[in-house]
Design a binder for this molecule. Structure first.
Ligand code: ADP
Length: 282
C-alpha cells in the first residue's frame, strides 16, 4: 500500500484544518442560535409587558371618568344638591367626563383602524386657520376655566392645503390634550399657525415637564410612554402621538419637536403646499 500525492503528515494537517473549520462553523451556528433565542425571548417579554401596561393604563383612564360620572349623577339623583349653581357645575362635570370617555374610546378605535390599514382619509382643499380656530374655540372655555393661559396666534393669508379636516383637527386635539396633561404649575399653551414658501404649519407649545432627548426618539412608537419625571402620575394609553404620526404620514407632512426637560415642548405639524397629487393611504 502506498500513498498517492500527499504524505501522512500532510493528510493529518488537512484533517486538522477541516475539523477546526467545522468546529468554528458549529460554534458560530450555536452562538447565532443562542442570540436568536435570546432576542426573541426579549421581544416576547417586552410585548407581554407592553400589553399588560396598556391594559392597566386603559382601565385606569376609563375608570376615573366613569367613577366621577357615577358619583355626581348619584348625588343629583338623590336630590342632595340644593343650589342651582351647584347643580349646573355637576352637570358640566358629567358632560366633560363623558366627552373624555368618548375621546379615549375614539382614540383606541381609531388606532385599531389604522393598524388594520382600514383608516380612510377624505382629502379636500382646506383652510388650516379655520380648522385651528374651531378646535381652539371648542377647548378655550374648558382650559381657561382650569387655570390655563390658552392663546392662538394666527398668521394672516395662510395658503390653502389639501387635507382631511377632521383628521387634522384630531391630530391637533391630541397635541392639546398632551400639552394639558404634561403641564405642571406653569399652565400656558400657545397655538401658532404660519407658513413659508413650501409649507404651512401648526405649532402647539407648552411650558410643561418636557421630554428627554432619549424619549424624544421613541414617543411616536405605539404604546410608548416616558417613564421618567412626573409622567408616571399622568394617565395615558401611549397612542396619541402614534395617531398624530399616522395622520401626518397620510398627509405626506412632517412633525418637528423641540423640547427641554422642565422647560416645555413644542410640537409642529408641517403640511406641504400644493401636494394634492401625493396624498393617500399609508
Ligand atoms: P399618552 O399621552 O397617552 O401617554 P402619547 O402617544 O400621546 O401617549 O404620548 C407618548 C408619551 O410622550 C407620553 O407618555 C409622554 O411621556 C410624552 N409626551 C407627549 N406629549 C408631551 C408633552 N407635551 N410634554 C411632555 N411629554 C409629552
Amino acid at each position: 500500500i502506498s500513498l498517492r500525492g500527499a504524505s501522512i503528515q500532510e493528510l493529518a494537517e488537512e484533517r486538522v484544518y477541516t475539523n477546526i473549520i467545522l468546529v468554528l462553523g458549529l460554534a458560530i451556528l450555536l452562538i447565532a442560535g443562542n442570540w436568536f433565542v435570546y432576542r426573541n425571548t426579549k421581544k416576547e417579554i417586552e410585548l407581554a409587558r407592553i400589553k399588560s401596561d396598556f391594559v392597566s393604563n386603559v382601565s385606569h383612564e376609563l375608570r376615573t371618568p366613569l367613577s366621577l360620572i357615577n358619583m355626581f349623577a348619584e348625588t343629583l339623583e338623590l336630590d342632595r344638591v340644593k343650589s342651582d349653581e351647584k347643580k349646573k357645575e355637576y352637570y358640566s362635570i358629567i358632560s366633560n367626563e363623558a366627552n373624555r370617555l368618548s375621546r379615549i374610546v375614539n382614540k383606541i378605535l381609531n388606532f385599531s383602524r389604522m393598524e388594520a390599514g382600514k383608516k380612510t382619509y377624505n382629502f379636500t382643499i382646506a383652510k388650516l386657520n379655520e380648522i385651528v380656530e374651531s378646535t381652539f374655540n371648542t377647548y378655550k372655555f374648558h382650559l381657561q376655566n382650569n387655570g390655563f393661559t390658552f392663546k392662538l396666534i394666527q398668521s394672516e393669508n395662510l395658503p390653502e392645503i389639501y387635507a382631511d379636516n377632521e383628521a387634522v383637527s384630531e391630530a391637533l386635539i391630541n397635541l392639546i390634550d398632551n400639552a394639558v396633561k404634561y403641564s405642571n404649575e406653569q399652565k400656558e399653551i400657545i397655538i401658532t399657525t404660519g407658513f413659508d414658501t413650501e409649507k404651512v404649519f401648526i405649532e402647539v407649545q407648552d411650558k410643561g415637564i418636557g421630554i428627554s432627548q432619549d424619549d424624544q426618539k421613541r414617543i411616536f412608537e405605539k404604546f410608548f410612554r416616558a417613564t421618567t419625571g412626573s409622567v408616571h402620575n399622568t394617565k395615558g394609553t401611549g397612542l396619541g402621538l402614534t395617531i398624530v404620526k399616522h395622520i401626518m404620514d397620510a398627509h405626506k407632512g412632517e412633525i418637528k419637536l423641540k423640547s427641554n426637560i422642565e422647560k416645555g415642548s413644542a410640537f409642529r405639524l408641517e403640511f406641504k403646499i400644493n401636494s394634492k397629487q401625493e396624498m393617500g393611504h399609508v
